[in-house]
Unconditional design. Structure first.
Length: 210
């Protein structure tokens, strides 16, 4: 990932928190059939130097053949994103030397996948993934609410994957390279005209406005 210093985020804690908040990753592999990508929900565990991702894919998914080779794969996690118009920059009125851009947040993760086909591992992964999304509900749904034979049949159709993270990069491109006045203009434009309170808050926080 292209990482100018202004946008680089090296804090492992910040990167991990971001993945947990945006767990749907784009899993990318390269194999005999070329490049392949699938959107897969992942769980991150604080194990090893950079963490471990655990997930599952359909047994019928052709990407499983690429994963089974153990070759390094890339998982991309996306967060908030927003178009930034030059009209929000006070600099526009002064010089007109401005162009549009796009703000976004992303974390890229690399690692060599390990196939996990043990039923106990799979069930633990399903329970943990479900609980991670259901826990905030008043009445969380649990896997064991479904009939046991039904869950067993569903599990036979999936395969677990564990990816020890060998490298991780974070990019918070939220107008940090602009002047203070321009950053303020972007934050106000996003919060007002664009109605994007999330990105506006990111620009304000990272740009020293909050």
């Amino acid at each position: 990932m292209y990482l100018p210093s202004a946008f680089r985020e090296d804090s492992l804690e910040v990167q991990h928190d971001f993945i947990r908040a945006h767990p749907l990753g784009v899993l990318m592999t390269s194999g005999d059939g070329g490049l392949m990508a699938n959107h897969i929900p992942c769980l991150l565990y604080p194990e090893g130097p950079h963490g471990v991702l655990r997930l599952h894919v359909a047994r019928a998914n052709p990407q499983l053949a690429d994963l089974a080779t153990g070759r390094e794969c890339l998982i991309v996690f996306h967060g908030p994103q927003a178009y930034v118009t030059p009209s929000w920059y006070p600099t526009k009125a002064e010089t007109h030397k401005v162009v549009p851009t796009w703000n976004f947040v992303a974390v890229h993760v690399w690692g060599s996948p390990v196939i996990q086909d043990d039923p106990a591992w799979l069930r633990a992964q399903l329970d943990a993934l479900t609980d991670s999304q259901e826990k905030a509900r008043t009445q969380p749904w649990r896997v064991d609410e479904a009939p046991a034979d039904f869950i067993a049949a569903q599990m036979r159709a999936i395969v677990g994957v564990e990816i020890p993270v060998s490298r991780i990069e974070g990019k918070w491109k939220v107008s940090q390279n602009r002047t203070l006045a321009d950053r303020r203009g972007v934050a106000e434009g996003l919060a007002g005209e664009a109605g994007d309170a999330v990105m506006a808050a990111l620009v304000a926080r990272r740009g020293g406005l909050a």
